[in-house]
Design a protein. Structure first.
Length: 131
């Protein structure tokens, strides 16, 4: 597949697939109800071994000359309405990619990989007492 390239009188501009993945991952992570991104078992293991935050984790893109298709693998917070979160992720990712790259996003597929069950923080007895 040919990489997206825009040319002007100064030269050519090429946007790497990894850049589009990072934009999509950042946009998805900022949506309320998204607990995190999932890279699958192999991706999560590689992430733990790498010691750096992979902003493209859980994102796969196919970028053409003027269009992009995105697959996102997310973990949602317990208690949220999953279809609503998924639609907000689709909108946020589409808007971010189109505004930052000029590419047209033809599809944004959201795959729910899990639910984050976070325990309520324990309140210590000393914190309850009023002095």
């Amino acid at each position: 597949m040919e990489k997206p390239e825009m040319a002007n009188s100064l030269g050519a501009i090429r946007i790497a697939d990894e850049v589009v993945e990072i934009i999509a991952g950042m946009a998805a992570s900022e949506v309320e109800g998204v607990a995190g991104m999932s890279g699958g078992l192999v991706g999560d293991l590689a992430h733990m071994l790498a010691r750096n935050k992979n902003l493209a984790k859980g994102v796969k893109v196919e970028v053409g000359q003027e269009e992009a298709a995105v697959d996102l693998y997310i973990i949602v917070e317990y208690g949220v309405r999953i279809p609503d979160v998924a639609v907000r992720v689709q909108e946020a990712v589409k808007d971010a990619i189109e505004s930052m790259t000029g590419l047209t996003v033809v599809e944004t597929n959201v795959h729910i990989q899990g639910v984050n069950f976070h325990a309520a923080p324990e309140v210590k007895e000393e914190e309850i007492r009023v002095k």
